[in-house]
Every structure is written in C-alpha cells, then in structure tokens.
Design a protein around this ligand. Structure first.
Ligand SMILES: [Fe+2]
Length: 474
C-alpha cells in the first residue's frame, strides 16, 4: 500500500535490468534481514528549534482580557458534550460560553469554572473550562468566549450519533512541541485533503520542561499555537512524560500540574477516577486512553478501570476499538527501547482477548507500524517469548513524530524485527479514516512530501467484523 514503490518502473524488458532489480532485492533483503521495511528516505537531519516567542503562531489576540489558547475536547461519553477551555490574562472575567447552532440563532449559555496554578516562579493566567452538554449530533455550533470584555467567536461540528456504520475521520499527532517542524506537522494535518475531524493526540504537548525551571510560558505559547486547530475540532488528550513536570529540585512534586490545570478530559463519564485514563465513544469508534505514567500494576486504579472497561465495549455499536497511550509496546527504535514493556506484560492479553483494532502511541520521535502480532504465551518457564503473528492482535503504530525540540530518533535496532512492518525517522502525522464497520483507510504523511502524499498506508479490516489478515507490508 504505497510503501514499496518497486513496481512503478517494471516496463523495462531488458534482462540486465531484471538482474539488477533481482540483485537489488536480494541486497535489500540482506540489509532488512527478516523484518519489514526500513525506509531509506533521506531527509536533512538538522536540529529542531523552537519557534521564537515573537512568532506569529504565538501571537496574543488583541483586546483587554482577550481569551487565548482556546481549545475543545469531547465533554461526555458519546459526543453530545464539548469541553471549551481558554485562558484570560488580565482578570478572571466570565466563565460562560455562549453557543448556538448554525440553524437556530437562539443563543444559549453554559457556565464553567476558572482555575489558576503556580509552578516555581510562574503564575498562570485564568484558565477557564466550561462543559456544554446535550448538543445535537452532527450539527455545526458557533461559540463565543470572553463575555464582558473582548469576545472571540469560534465553531465546531458535533460528531454523528454513535453507530456501527458511521464514517468518521481521525487525525493522529504525537509529541508535537513547538518547533518549526511542529508547525509544519500541524499545517500538513490541516491541509491534508482527507480532512480529519478530531485529533487523537498521543501525548507530549508543549515540551515546556525543556526550559529552565520548566518555563511555563511555553505552555502558554503552545496553547496559542494549536488554537487554530484545537478551537475548531476536539483534540483527545493522552498524557506523556513531558506532561509530568515533576521536579523536586525546585519544589514541584505534584506530577502533571500544568497539564491537569490546562487540559481537561471527560474522565468521569467513563467511571474513571483520574484524568489520565478514560474512554469515549465517537461515531463508530470506541477510544480507550491509557497512561504510561500512572500506576498500571494489578489492583491499581488504572488496572481495575481497564479490567472493567473492556467488557463494556459493544462492537455492534462501536465496531472500531482504538487504544491511545504514550509509550509504545512494539518499538524497534533504540530510542526508548522497551520502555513500554512492563505495561505490555500487564495488559496485552486483554488487547488480544478483546480484539483491539489499533494502538496508537508516541514517545519515540519516528514513525513505525507493526504487523498484527502478540507475545502472550510466555509463562516464565516455557521460554516462549517471541512475538508471533496473531489475527486477534492490534496493529501497533508509533507516531511520536510531531516535530518537537528533541529532534528525530533515527537510531533503529538492527536487524529490523519481524513484527515491524514499516519504520522511518521522519516527522509527520497520520489519518485514520473509518469507512464502515469493516474497513478503515489509514495513511501516514511525512512533512517533506506534498499534503496529499501517503508515505505509508494500510486498509484496516475490523477485528470483530472482518478479521482477515490485513497487516502485511508486502
Ligand atoms: Fe515522550
């Protein structure tokens, strides 16, 4: 599916050319050993640099107490709710959101809350969160924030009602940061002709912690940077290690402090007890968000929640079961190698048992797609600990290639493991385009290509409705 690129020049009838191609394939196979494809795409490996504070993408909206960093996410379990968040800098101002549907000019108002926090020598602005409930499905709504002073207006479109054959398009972005490359990634996502309607974000947002004392001003700039997308379509949040902001040396000992104040998620709607693991339904997808940086061992809150959560997924209602986490389980890059291993040991059995369609993770600043494999036979004494093809297993996709300040992870394990179908150290984004209950078209787009170019792609067959072998790269 667009990954080999070997068939396009096959018109030559010269036997010499055939020999060259055969030799080339043999050499290629020798390099690849028994694994999938390691892309030989050559890019400039220059350092990723954060955009300066005075960049236009960080510009502060004019006007007294003007709302900034406006972003939305799903606000309930089924998509009839939206959480609107924004920051005011001069004074708290109003917590209200005015909203009205495209067809009805009657404005309604919802009341939110305001929070602030201090982090070392930084004091946040006034961070507002307002949940709008009981919206109509599949409807365009306008909304306005900043009542009483400078107001700003935005819009969003609610998803269709949850159902098994509802098409829906998700964008995938991870480890974004705020470099020139991050800006390219977001622009490419926005201009991708396959229009994503909701971003599934797999963690590591601002990378403010790369600055001295985790300069939280960089949380503010990041909020202004993503507003151009996140104010108009929901971003579904996953917590990454750069959200921890755990820094005892400066007295900051409460993990996730900036993240939890700034980015709210509807965790209570799925009976979760913490904002780091939760689920939502959206169109024909059931999305489970897990936390690589919260306890996940047996008896922990996350473990008990997930144990109770999987049986609730009804594939007749939501055929597509998608899991988001930050640290990947199947990653053949030397960077962060095996960091996800202990969580895999805890939960992989369930992922196979409940036939998860796809797992999206970030953390590793490169792209990788696995075949459908599992590694659940090992019982300490039997020595059976090699991943095997398993049609009940998910495809694992690492998409931590948003373009942050830490740069690309281009040091891969050799040889490429069998389970690894495709891997490449390039920045980019992906789109998961659900067509119906049986098929979804997935494509990954590297930033160096045109907006519509697919550097890797796959037709997904649903694990519940059409569990055929769909994950082979060749
Ligand atoms: Fe990370």
């Amino acid at each position: 599916m667009g990954v080999l690129g070997l068939s396009s020049s096959s018109s030559s009838s010269s036997a010499g050319m055939v020999l060259v191609v055969v030799l080339g394939l043999l050499l290629n196979a020798a390099v690849l050993c028994n694994g999938g494809i390691t892309s030989a795409f050559v890019r400039v490996l220059e350092k990723s640099v954060d955009m300066p504070l005075n960049s236009d993408v960080f510009s502060i909206p004019p006007g007294y107490n003007a709302p900034q960093q406006v972003h939305i996410t799903q606000g309930d379990h089924v998509g009839k709710g939206v959480i609107v968040s924004w920051v005011t800098m001069d004074e708290p101002g109003s917590n209200a959101v005015l909203y009205w549907s495209e067809n009805s000019k009657q404005k309604k108002s919802a009341e939110g809350i305001v929070v602030t926090y201090k982090y070392y020598n930084y004091t946040s602005g006034y961070i507002h969160h307002c949940t709008i409930k009981n919206l109509k499905f599949n409807t365009k709504y306008y909304y306005e924030v900043g009542m009483g002073h400078t107001t700003r207006q935005f819009w969003f479109i609610t998803p269709p009602e949850v159902g098994p054959d509802v098409p829906y398009t998700f964008g995938l972005i991870g480890d974004l940061g705020q470099t020139y490359d991050s800006n390219k990634t977001l622009t490419h996502y926005e201009l991708n002709p396959t229009k994503g309607k909701t971003v599934l974000f797999v963690g590591d947002l601002s990378y403010a912690d790369n600055y001295s004392f985790h300069d939280n001003v960089r949380w503010d700039t990041w909020g202004r940077f993503i507003e151009r997308s996140a104010a108009y379509q929901p971003w579904i949040w996953t917590a990454g290690n750069h959200e921890l902001d755990f820094e005892p040396s400066i007295g900051e000992t409460k993990p996730f402090k900036p993240y939890t104040h700034r980015y709210h998620v509807p965790f209570r709607a799925s009976n979760s007890t913490a904002p780091f693991w939760y689920s939502i339904k959206r169109a024909s997808a059931y999305i489970i968000v897990l936390s690589s940086y919260s306890a996940y061992g047996k008896y922990t809150p996350q473990y008990r929640w997930l144990e109770a959560e999987f049986p609730k997924v009804n594939r007749n209602e939501t055929p597509w079961l998608i899991v988001l986490m930050h640290s990947p389980w199947y990653n053949s890059n030397n960077y962060h190698y095996k960091e996800g291993e202990s969580m895999r040991v805890m939960y992989e059995q369930w992922f196979v048992q409940y036939k998860v369609d796809v797992v999206f993770a970030g953390h590793v600043h490169a792209y990788e797609r696995s075949e459908r494999v599992s590694n659940i036979a090992y019982n300490i004494v039997n020595g059976v600990c090699t991943p095997v093809n398993d049609l009940s297993a998910p495809v694992y996709i690492t998409i931590g290639d948003g373009g942050n300040i830490e740069g690309l992870a281009n040091n891969m394990t050799l040889p490429q493991p069998k389970y690894s179908a495709y891997r490449e150290a390039s920045f980019g984004h992906a789109v998961f385009d659900i067509k119906n209950r049986t098929h979804a078209y997935y494509s990954w787009h590297r930033n160096q290509d045109g907006y519509a170019v697919e550097a890797d792609s796959l037709w997904f067959s649903n694990r519940y409705w059409d569990p055929v072998d769909d994950s082979k790269s060749a």
